[in-house]
Design a binder for this molecule. Structure first.
Ligand code: UD1
Length: 377
């Protein structure tokens, strides 16, 4: 059996790593790893390969940045000859980035079967590029591996056969469970002088922002930074800044908001962090404010209060079970929700079902079974 996986952007790497690891147990399965090159900066790509112990990709398509159409088209053009050369029995794609959809679209036209890991999530917000990528990828995939019950319901509502849908849990949490101990050895807490004692840290928060709807509009970005700066009046909020966000903060003249001091208060900017450093910082944070999907899931499992700076989430399990709250981008609402977290005991939380660190073995078992007994085309 020959599998070919495609990854492209930062949130893909921690989703494929546990699958690559699990596949090592089955030497009869040949596996090729293709990197589209959508993310190419060391801090968004190579450092994740190192932290996650991922092998170098067999092929890098080097597509780089571009408009959605250009990036998607470039991945399709460049992956087609790779698919023709390797003729995989199954293409594995993860998540919802442009590379996910592009690879799936090229494969389906060549008659190659597709497995989508993290299928079925829906924000019901068609202005999000990821929502379009998710829906289209699901529509052309043969095996749909789902992280949470809402995903099963969304796919059933869209008319997908039950026999193609597998509720398996969350591969991102496999990576988290596997690397949690290792992350404790990251030097980041000492480097930022956050440790108070061997077991405790002084209070700090984390901010991450990269969604175009939050960072491409000056007024929205300014409102968010304004609210977060007020929240950070008594403790520092560390802000690893995504390159897209960095460019916009400079272009909009908002660098003045990032004048915090690590040892006391304010928004403290930082270069993007690697996987282990971010996990370490995340584990001991008092509060996380984010527009990322994956961080909503990671804080849920770590029990760290999370405010999602969006009007919706495609990951409702993080609210039903976890520590996540949707607060949108209204500054008063962000500030009120943040202060409520700081002045109240930590919320009770549970892990969503099957977020147990054993999702990759379930996925690989289903794939192996599928090749013994394929579904009807
Ligand atoms: C992409 C994904 C998003 C994911 C995010 C994680 C899509 C549609 N979006 O968004 O779902 O949550 O990755 O980071 O696929 N850039 C660099 N260095 C890089 C890559 C990008 O500086 O290595 C800059 C470029 O200016 C580029 C911009 O960031 O134009 C945006 O990159 P892009 O890959 O288009 O989207 P992200 O915002 O990273």
């Amino acid at each position: 059996m020959r599998l070919l996986s495609v990854v492209g952007a930062r949130p893909n790497f921690m989703k494929i790593a546990p699958i690559v690891e699990e596949l090592k147990r089955f030497p009869e399965i040949e596996h090729y790893l293709v990197h589209s090159g959508q993310h190419y900066d060391e801090s968004l790509s190579a450092s994740f390969f190192a932290d996650l112990d991922l092998p170098q990709p067999d092929v890098n398509l080097d597509v780089g940045s571009g408009s959605h159409a250009v990036q998607t088209a470039e991945v399709m053009k460049r992956i087609e000859p790779v698919l023709l050369e390797h003729k995989p029995d199954l293409l594995l794609v993860v998540g919802d980035v442009n590379s996910t959809l592009a690879a799936a679209l090229a494969a389906v036209k060549l008659g190659i079967r597709i497995a989508h890991i993290e299928a079925g999530l829906r924000s019901f917000d068609r202005t999000m590029p990821e929502e379009i990528n998710r829906k289209l990828t699901d529509a052309i995939s043969d095996l749909l591996f789902v992280t949470e019950q809402s995903g099963v319901e969304n796919l059933r509502r869209e008319g997908v056969d039950a026999e193609r849908i597998f509720l398996v849990g969350n591969v991102m949490i496999d990576s988290l469970c596997r690397h949690r101990k290792m992350a404790e050895r990251s030097p980041i807490l000492d480097r930022l002088d956050l440790r108070q004692s061997a077991n405790g840290c002084r209070p700090y928060g984390i901010l991450t922002l990269h969604r175009p709807s939050n960072v491409d509009d000056r007024a929205v970005l300014q409102n968010i930074l304004n609210a977060v700066k007020k929240l950070a009046s008594e403790f520092p909020i560390f802000f690893p800044v995504h390159p897209r966000t960095q460019k916009n903060i400079e272009r909009f003249g908002l660098t003045g908001y990032l004048d915090g001091i690590a040892s006391s208060k304010g928004i403290v900017p930082h270069d993007p962090l690697g996987y282990l450093d971010f996990l370490s910082l995340n584990q001991s944070a008092r509060i996380v404010l984010t527009d990322s999907g994956g961080i909503q899931e990671e804080t849920t499992v770590l029990g760290v209060p999370c405010l999602t700076l969006r009007e919706n989430t495609e990951r409702p399990a993080t609210i039903e079970h976890g520590t996540n709250q949707i607060v949108g981008v209204d500054p008063d609402r962000i500030l009120a929700a943040g202060q409520a977290i700081l002045h109240n005991p930590l919320p009770l939380y549970r892990r969503p079902p099957l977020w147990d660190g054993k999702t990759a073995p379930r996925i690989v078992a289903i794939i192996r079974e599928h090749f013994r007994k394929p579904l009807a085309a």
